[in-house]
Each structure stands twice: as structure tokens, then as C-alpha cells.
Write a protein that binds this ligand. Structure first.
Ligand code: PEP
Length: 250
């Protein structure tokens, strides 16, 4: 059984004070870790205060990005080693906004994923839908070329420690109603790609989230889909009551 995961992506919203206040508002109203994993992706400044504030509660702290090296002359970047030492548990790698606005390519994202794993954190690998059809022995397989490039430095032993978030470009940040059937189809094909590349056992264990215009109205239908193990939520996660409503509906 794959445990569901609900993650908020706050992007560049909220001050440190706002972030801490949010944790105070939700901390006594979260479900047990046994049934659901909850997490918040905040900007770098808010991460350390959030790690302090979330001790003992079911709210993992997620960085929205990190660099692919551990230290060195990389002005303005943040090392995964520093994040791990600060108590951060997860790092988002390759979010579509990083790719389109900051020109991150698969090689850069692959280095980030490898570095995050080496530091003992869990990468949440975001992928949009660059899927290609390939034929093997007369059978058509759908291959997520982008995802497979990003996993190029991830060994068989490490792959069970990743989380994937399927975030099609037509659905992220547009506020349109997400299409649960298409969302599940993307997640199912990603799982099949993982099975083809690694193994069925691994593919069966990996959590695959869906991200793109999830909100309190559509979350139940999205989460009812067999191949969707959780959600990454942007806009609708900023308000504490909205977030809790969605947690209740997972
Ligand atoms: C995101 O930024 O990862 C996201 C899913 O955003 P939204 O929910 O606003 O579409």
C-alpha cells in the first residue's frame, strides 16, 4: 500500500512570519502520519523556522529547489548539504517554473536529484508531459524522456527513495479545473515507464503525485484514482482552512 502524500507548494508567497503562523493554525488539526504524509514547500528563508516549528507534527518541510553541488563558488545558490543539516526532508527538483523561467534543463535537474539523494533527503521530481512512444518487440511503450533523463544518475537501490510529481503544463497555475482522467493516465504511464526501466516491484512502491489546479472541490475525485498517490498543490494551499479541508478530503 502506498501512503497518500499531500504537499503544498507555496512558491514565492508568504513571509517567514506568515509561514510560522500557518503552521500554528494547522498543527493540532492534522491527521496521523500513519494514514497520510503532509508537507509544505516554502521558500528558503522560511525553511529553518518551519523545521523548528513542525517538530513532532505530521508536516514535512520541503525545499522548492537546491543546487547540484555540495559547496563551492556558486553565489546565490543553496547547497543540499546545508538543507539536510537544517532538517529539511524533501526537495522539489525540476518544477516547471524552474524549467521555463530559470532555464533548468534535464542535466541540471539530474545533478540536483543525485545530490539530494546523497544527502539523505527525498527528491520530489516534477515532470511535465514530454512523453514519446517507442516500440519494443512490436509493443508500444510510452517513455517519459524527460523523467528518464533526470533519473539517469539514480541507481536501482536509490530509486525507491524518490517521489514523482506529474505536473502537465496545461494544468499548473492556470486555475482551470484539472481533468482527473488525464491526470491518472499520466501517472499510470509514468509508473509503467518506471517498471520498464527499473522493475515492477519498484514501480509499485513509488509514490506518484499529481499537480495542477487541485482545489477543495476536485481533490476527492483526483484522489479516488488508483494510480494517483497524492497531490502537489499551489494556489489553493496558501490558505490554512483550505489546506485542512483538502487534507480531510484526501
Ligand atoms: C504547482 O505549482 O506545483 C501547482 C500545482 O500549482 P497550482 O496548484 O496552482 O496549479
Amino acid at each position: 500500500m502506498r501512503k497518500p502524500f499531500i504537499a503544498a507548494n507555496w512558491k514565492m508567497h508568504k513571509t517567514v512570519e506568515d509561514a510560522v503562523k500557518f503552521v500554528e493554525e494547522v498543527q493540532h488539526r492534522l491527521p496521523s502520519e500513519d494514514v497520510l504524509t503532509c508537507g509544505i514547500a516554502a521558500h528558503f528563508l522560511a525553511l529553518y523556522p518551519m523545521v523548528q516549528k513542525t517538530k513532532g507534527i505530521n508536516l514535512g518541510v520541503i525545499a522548492q529547489n537546491s543546487y547540484g553541488e555540495f559547496s563551492g563558488p556558486y553565489t546565490g545558490e543553496v547547497s543540499p548539504r546545508a538543507l539536510a543539516a537544517a532538517g529539511v526532508q524533501y526537495v522539489m527538483c525540476g518544477h516547471i517554473e524552474r524549467r521555463t523561467l530559470f532555464h533548468e534543463d534535464n542535466t541540471m535537474v539530474a545533478k540536483k536529484v543525485a545530490a539530494v539523494l546523497q544527502c539523505g533527503m527525498t527528491p520530489i521530481i516534477c515532470t511535465d508531459e514530454t512523453m514519446v512512444q517507442q516500440e519494443f518487440n512490436g509493443e508500444v511503450h510510452y517513455v517519459f524522456a524527460q523523467l528518464m533523463d533526470v533519473l539517469s544518475e539514480v541507481s536501482f537501490d536509490q530509486v525507491k527513495n524518490i517521489i514523482i510529481s506529474y505536473e502537465p503544463s496545461w494544468a499548473v497555475g492556470v486555475g482551470q479545473h484539472a481533468n482527473p482522467t488525464l491526470a491518472e493516465e499520466g501517472c499510470r504511464l509514468i509508473r509503467r515507464s518506471i517498471a520498464d526501466t527499473y522493475s515492477y516491484e519498484v514501480a509499485d512502491k513509488i509514490r506518484i503525485l499529481y499537480g495542477g489546479s487541485v482545489n477543495p472541490e476536485n481533490i476527492q475525485l483526483i484522489m479516488s484514482k488508483r494510480d494517483i498517490d497524492g497531490v502537489l498543490i499551489g494556489r489553493a494551499s496558501l490558505d490554512a482552512d483550505n489546506f485542512l479541508t483538502m487534507v480531510d478530503r484526501v
